[in-house]
Write a protein that binds this ligand. Sequence first.
Ligand code: NAP
Ligand code: ZN
Ligand code: ZN
Length: 348
Amino acid sequence: MLTVNAIAAPSATEPLVRTTVERRDVGPADVLIEIAYAGICHSDIHTVRAEWGQVPYPLTVGHEIVGHVTEIGSEVTRYAVGDRVGVGCMVNSCRECENCKAGQEQYCLAGNTGTYAAVDRDGTITQGGYSTHIVVDQDFVLRVPESIPVEKAAPLLCAGITTYSPLAHWNAGPGKRVAVVGMGGLGHMAVKIAAAMGADVTVLSQTLGKKEDGLAFGAGDYHATSDPATFEKLKNSFDLIINTVSAPIDMRAYLGLLRLDGTLVSVGAPPEPLPVQVFTLFNNRRSFAGSSIGGIAETQEMLDFCAERGIAPEVEIIDAEAVNEAYERVLKSDVRYRFVIDIDSLRK
Ligand code: NAP
Ligand code: ZN
Ligand code: ZN
């Protein structure tokens, strides 16, 4: 067992604090990763504040992890010491169900093993990436191409794959009109990736405050959702809408923006329901869908796609001490566009 420095939430209402977590001994199929950077996803905040349900405190969150391999188990063939690697939102799955066999481990019928707050195969509770090291089965480790700057790579492991997967599945590409709702961590990656896929991208943000950035990320158009005229102007416009908002939004208004056979995919995960009137779906034969992260092979495909296209998240690097302040800023939509913890600050 390895005891490593970490930051953890003691409860739903207290700030995160410095602590240590235990990592299991490196098993035959495991790699030990020294973490360099960990991104802050809004899901970390929903989780530690118990907005999605009960939480096993104290809990270390973080599922956007990048670092390098420092030790490998006796049967590890995919990675060597020194390799630059990443870990995302899951660290295991049953590997036998039809979804796992189809490479969609995120939809494992037995439930995938989350990177944090899940019961691991040894019965312990998984602890996430706001820590100096992690031990992970090689099959759930990703190769992070060297051309992606290491301090920017971590958010790809959740924000990147969570937006790449529905964009690829619903065929974002040339001739497709794609809207991205909310331009935070996930949203800004959705804009960059959809633009790189060749789609016509529109940002729907609460205000026009980030318009210049949105256009620089590849959007062709940008509208404020605080202006009711936006919903009139853009009625029946989009083939695909990716909703990344962490709070409930008026589904009727957004579904009304879909053209014939259009789909609104929610990746945003507010704790509250998103009610939908079926008549809103009858018009234009619209679909309302959800999507959860992406499979391991698809995550590698996304990393390679981003490396080839020179796509990387916009990050603000912080020390571990600044995490609580960063959480408050995320909650105020004051994030440009992902906070990333420099894990060196935890080694002291
Ligand atoms: P984030 O950085 O906080 O971005 C969310 C954005 O939504 C904000 O920047 C803001 O954009 C907009 N927004 C926030 N509150 C709003 C409100 N009340 N009304 C309208 N717009 C609002 O969060 P994130 O890390 O990108 O995560 C977004 C959501 O996706 C979270 O719920 C998270 O849990 C979920 N998530 C899901 C998956 C999955 O697998 N499906 C994976 C990761 C995360 P503007 O300032 O542009 O309006
Ligand atoms: Zn996440
Ligand atoms: Zn499975």
